[in-house]
Design a binder for this molecule. Structure first.
Ligand code: NAD
Length: 427
């Protein structure tokens, strides 16, 4: 049976609601996305044929400000997936206290099958279709899986053409020369790194004693693997969609990145090029990576990787969710019973949207910040909310995930209540 991702996401909400005193109106509002747009995008392909792609943009909740969220290009994109991702964005922005609500977008396709020309035409077609749904004060897209600064640049450019003026704050994650922020490309991984560094002493560890496996070697996964490597952690396994490598003595992550960039697959690592040397390694599957005997597991690929089917086999005592929704709600209690501590996605990967917020602020003020300023502000925000969530979990005796939802719910509840709930009108 396929579980709806949105109902799965809502189960986390239900659980957190048991721990907050909140008006029923707030809970009712948060169960439904505010607006969901489904569009058909006709694209002239390089061979002259016409293909029509299905695209989505969902604005989940805007009680705390304009909505914010990435755009994903992937074959598994569906309305259900986009709605769930928009739901998570709502909570993530509240966890970090950003003045934004949550949104998400996507197009169902395998971007690797399209030429660069076709991808550009598709992206511009998508913006044509959603132009009235987005805007710097309405909804602000950003990169997600298989979209990057170049794609964001095309999106901004197309929006400018439609509006006949420059509107850099309409998307974030843009190339630096088009108004992007320094530090945005590394922000998701950097934010996750700050959370991990903050929590490590609480977990009674030091980087040198900590082995790590990272699933997914894209923007988020490859950068966090490298940050951890440089901070002295032993990154023993990494993987991408085609498989992974495992070396108990630790991988030389900068070389793995170099080879991945040259060969486009992790499997080639250590088997070609200069690092095909003396490192003893195994080629493993993604399933095997998740079940390795490591201290920290970092899922940084896609959702639904740890479910009730494999949760019993996970051996890492700590999981840091860099991907959105890598653990299903039915796996949560299994991991909890087994004493596995999960640092949740709505905190761990919030660095991306936090620096997106910084980019939006810079675009609107016209004043641009140094990399040190961006990373310094990011570190302050991530540390503050990691401390808050840790304290709530201790106080309420809940998992860190429930604590993060409670934290977000309190902020969302205040915003929704400020406009009047049953309590206000009926008393
Ligand atoms: P990306 O496109 O840069 O990389 C995705 C990586 O996952 C690639 O290495 C791909 O090969 C790998 N992958 C795909 N399917 C896989 C599978 N079945 N098993 C293992 N690996 C697989 O994407 P990204 O931006 O790094 O995003 C990764 C995750 O992080 C997503 O869940 C995304 O929503 C989340 N995230 C990203 C950002 C951001 O700013 N990039 C922010 C917040 C959350």
């Amino acid at each position: 049976m396929t579980i709806s991702l949105l109902s799965d996401a809502n189960q986390r909400l239900e659980k957190a609601l048991q721990y907050v005193t909140i008006d029923d109106d707030v809970a009712t509002r948060l169960h439904y996305p505010k607006a969901s747009l489904v569009v058909s995008i006709p694209v002239r392909m390089d061979d002259g044929t016409l293909r029509v792609f299905q695209g989505y943009r969902v604005r989940y909740d805007d009680s705390r400000g304009p909505t914010k969220g990435g755009v994903r290009y992937h074959p598994s994109v569906s309305l259900d997936e986009v709605q769930s991702l928009a739901f998570w964005m709502t909570f993530k922005c509240a966890v970090l206290n950003l003045p934004f609500g949550g949104a998400k977008g996507g197009i169902t396709l395998n971007p690797k099958e399209l030429s660069k020309f076709e991808l550009e035409r598709l992206t511009r077609g998508y913006v044509d279709a959603i132009a009235d749904f987005i805007g710097p004060d309405i909804d602000i897209p950003a990169p997600d899986v298989y979209t990057n600064p170049m794609v964001m640049g095309w999106m901004m450019d197309q929006y400018n053409i439609i509006r006949r003026k420059l509107v850099p704050a309409v998307v974030t994650g843009k190339p630096i020369t088009m108004g992007g922020s320094l530090g945005r490309e590394t922000a998701t991984a950097m934010g996750a790194f700050f959370v991990m560094q903050r929590a490590l002493p609480w977990l009674g560890r030091t980087p040198a004693e900590t082995t790590v496996a990272v699933q997914g070697f894209g923007n988020a996964g490859a950068i966090i693997a490298e940050l951890l490597y440089h901070a002295g952690y032993r990154v023993v396994a990494v993987s991408d969609s085609k498989g992974g490598v495992y070396a108990p003595q630790g991988l030389d992550i900068p070389s793995v990145r170099q080879i991945k960039n040259a060969n486009q697959e992790i499997k080639a690592v250590y088997c070609t090029g200069t690092v095909c040397s003396d490192v003893d390694h195994e080629v493993i599957s993604n399933e095997q990576l998740l079940e390795l005997d490591v201290d920290v597991l970092v899922p940084a690929a896609l959702e639904n990787q740890i479910t009730s089917s494999n949760a019993h086999h996970i051996r890492a005592p700590f999981i840091f969710e860099v991907a959105n929704g890598p653990i299903t709600s039915d796996a949560d209690p299994i991991l909890e019973e087994r004493g596995i501590q999960v640092f949740p996605d709505i905190l761990v990967n919030a660095g991306g949207v936090t620096v997106s917020y910084f980019e939006w602020v810079q675009n609107r003020s016209g004043l641009y910040w140094s990399l040190e300023e961006v990373n310094g502000r990011l570190e302050t925000s991530m540390n503050r909310e990691t401390d808050n969530i840790w304290a709530i979990a201790k106080d309420l005796h809940t998992s860190l995930r429930t604590a993060a939802y409670v934290h977000a719910l309190n902020r969302l509840g205040d915003a929704i209540k400020a406009k009047g709930t049953r309590d206000f009108y009926m008393n």
